[in-house]
Structures are given as structure tokens and as C-alpha cells.
Design a protein around this ligand. Structure first.
Ligand SMILES: [Fe+2]
Ligand SMILES: [Fe+2]
Length: 183
């Protein structure tokens, strides 16, 4: 027995110490529930980011003008579908984990860097915004992957897959950025 516990402290069948006074060791089910709540909270944050990305990629895919913007517009239009698919997968996982999927009133809009630029031919600003948005998504998925470790492999698998998608998006737009900056 641990020397810091009084003699009356005993191991319960679950392996925790029972005592006359409240135990300093949190019960396993409480710890797991707090972990689940934290995972749901972070999934909701990713969901928010995906929805905002859909809104901004859609706007920029229509707003840009010029022959050089053509590929950017086409890629953004394709990614609207991809990001919406991510949001659907996240919403489903939030529901499975007994969370409530946020509606529009519960969403926060933070992508100041992804607003359609004043000049519709400023495709460089959009490319930079996309790279920043993808990096934000990658960082958030990595956070969930680490949070889920051991505890929730299913959510972890989902976030590994989504992180891989975002890394491909980032690579594509980094290529566009390299080309744009060499002109
Ligand atoms: Fe995404
Ligand atoms: Fe993406």
C-alpha cells in the first residue's frame, strides 16, 4: 500500500482506493467522460473550421478573375465538395460521441485571411489564405489525434484520414504559390 495513504484506505475491485474521506483519485468513468467531452469539443472546433472553409472557398472560387486564376478557381470549386465532406464526417462522429452538432448560431467566424480580396485579380492573396487555412486544419487534426491516443482510436483514425487530405490540399496550393511568386 502507498505510504501516503492511511491504513484504512483499501483497494476497491476496480483498483481505486476507498477511504473515509473523498478519494483523491478520480473514478475511471468520470475521467473517460471528461475525455469524451474534450474530444467532442475539439471535433466541433474542426467542424466549425471546415464549414468556414466551405464558405470562403466557395466565395473565392467565384470571385477571382483572369486567366491565371483559372486553376485556382477550379481547385477551390473542387475543394468545396471535399471540405463539405469532411464537415459531414465530423458531424456524424460528434453525434456518435453523444455531442450536439453546432448550428449557425454556435459557429465562430475567424478566417480574416480568407476573405475575397478587394481586387478580383489578386489570386496570390487567395492562394496564401488557402495555405494558411489548410495549415490551421492540419494543426487542429493533429491536436485531436494526440488527444484520442489510446482512448478513442476510431476518432483518431478519422482525423488521421482528414489530416492527410488537408496535407494534400496544402501541397497543391503551395505549388500554386511557388509558381505565382516566381512570376
Ligand atoms: Fe477539410
Ligand atoms: Fe482542405
Amino acid at each position: 500500500m502507498c505510504e501516503f495513504l492511511s491504513p484504512c484506505a483499501q483497494l476497491t475491485p476496480k483498483g481505486y482506493y476507498s477511504h473515509d474521506t473523498p478519494t483523491p483519485f478520480p473514478r475511471e468513468d468520470i475521467v473517460k467522460d471528461k475525455k469524451r467531452q474534450k474530444i467532442v469539443q475539439e471535433l466541433c472546433k474542426s467542424y466549425n473550421m471546415e464549414i468556414e472553409t466551405v464558405v470562403n472557398y466557395l466565395a473565392n472560387s467565384v470571385w477571382l478573375d483572369g486567366i491565371r486564376a483559372k486553376h485556382i478557381k477550379d481547385s477551390l470549386a473542387a475543394e468545396v465538395t471535399s471540405e463539405l465532406g469532411h464537415a459531414q464526417l465530423l458531424a456524424n462522429r460528434i453525434k456518435v460521441l453523444d455531442g450536439r452538432v453546432p448550428g449557425s448560431q454556435a459557429l465562430a467566424w475567424t478566417q480574416t485571411f480568407m476573405q475575397p480580396p478587394e481586387k478580383s485579380i489578386d489570386y496570390r492573396a487567395v492562394i496564401k489564405g488557402v495555405v494558411q487555412a489548410e495549415e490551421g486544419a492540419i494543426k487542429q487534426y493533429q491536436k485531436i489525434i494526440e488527444l484520442c491516443d489510446v482512448y478513442d482510436p476510431v476518432t483518431q483514425d478519422l482525423c488521421v484520414e482528414l489530416k492527410g487530405d488537408e496535407e494534400e490540399h496544402r501541397r497543391l496550393f503551395k505549388g500554386y504559390l511557388a509558381e505565382a511568386e516566381s512570376m
